[in-house]
Design a binder for this molecule. Sequence first.
Ligand code: GDP
Length: 459
Amino acid sequence: MTDTIAAISSAVGEAGIGIVRMSGKYSLNIVDTLFKGKHTDGLKNVSNRKLTYGHIVDPSDDSIVDEVLVVYMKAPYTYTREDIVEIYCHGGAISVKRILELLLKNGARLAEAGEFTKRAFLNGRLDLSQAEAVIDLIRAKTDKSYDVSLNQLEGSLSYKIKEIQDVLLNMIAHIEVSIDFPEEDIEEITYDELKVKANVVLEDIVKLLETADRGKILREGLNTVILGKPNVGKSSLLNAILRENRAIVTDVPGTTRDIIEEYVNVEGIPLKIVDTAGIRDTEDLVEKIGVDRAKQVVEQADLIIAVFDASRELSQEDEEIIELVKQRRSIVLLNKTDLPNVYDREKLAKIIGDKKIINTSIAKGEGIEELENTIVDMFYSGEVEVKGEVMVTNLRHKDQLQKAKKNILDAINGIDMNVPLDCIEVDVKNCWSNLGEISGDTVSEDIIDKVFKEFCIGK
Ligand code: GDP
């Protein structure tokens, strides 16, 4: 990790300024060979964290590349804990690219995706869950998603995990003392005390797990499918939601293909509308992609909005759609209520059971607000308040918490059955390691690599 890395840290495209960033021992030396200061000779005597004005010059022909400001941040009080140099140049594609090329030609290596943050983690500035929050912040779809990520970056989850781990360590210490000094009465006390502590751990883990469903939605968006036969008003609904709420379109760079995802911000919940193109073509999802595929899409959805037309009679197709969504988390819209009503509401109500039916006239803008409130109620019991709450948003963390829960439950069972202390200790230690995977204490290298592959270059 001694090599010096460089990357463009600002977004591609037209902009006021562009930022090229370097981290590593030779950062200052490398820039120094390319920099001609307006008021200073070079960068050797430049003060820590002070901006220096000048030009980047190509040493091969002494031509000026751009007018820049350079800042040197001395290790260890930097993002990566290494020496960092940032160059602020003109925005746009060319200047940043030329400067980066010069840095690479003069001894720096192109940074991998997320390598700056990876160094911050490896050098102990952030734990793994905090590092993961960095990418979540950048990708946040709504203010709420941003708030949870910021909490996590500030260490709210790390702190809670550490707190639980401390209780576990205390239990381990207790067990070891008892194994070393096996006097009968000490052991009895130990079992009781262990049980109290194990229950505290269990309770904390369960509490964290309870936030995971809501957390996942904020991080990844609510997978939403709008279902209904042709002409019931699906695309009108989508347009109405889009009109009232800001849409966020993100590029998700994948290893195999790039996907464009569209999110709609409904009261802070990022709604990810699945198969948007299909809806816009006003084609029926089932008709367009076939029953099996439609079933699959429905299976994967977090929320289904099933739309029916109040001005037409309940049809065979409607019944098929009802069948498809009956057992799923769904909201039923009876649309076109402004037209004469011929739909058999009672029959619909009977088949869908206790699901809520919302009457809408999307054409007149009626019922949309009730739909949005219903979505919020369904997933957040009315309040999408996340400030200050420790929330688990990441599936990786949820998996580890589930493993930790199993291990602490095993320990509790063992305590109840008075099994030998060293057996209980194994479960407690495993629980501790599960939590360590979240903070990164006990995580393997390939998981670390996987986490940072998700990042963009320059972060
Ligand atoms: P889709 O095929 O399900 O996507 O349906 P569309 O959104 O394309 O709507 C089909 C037709 O119904 C269009 O002409 C809409 O203007 C009309 N429509 C949609 N919602 C309403 C409504 O609430 N009332 C009335 N009267 N017409 C509607």
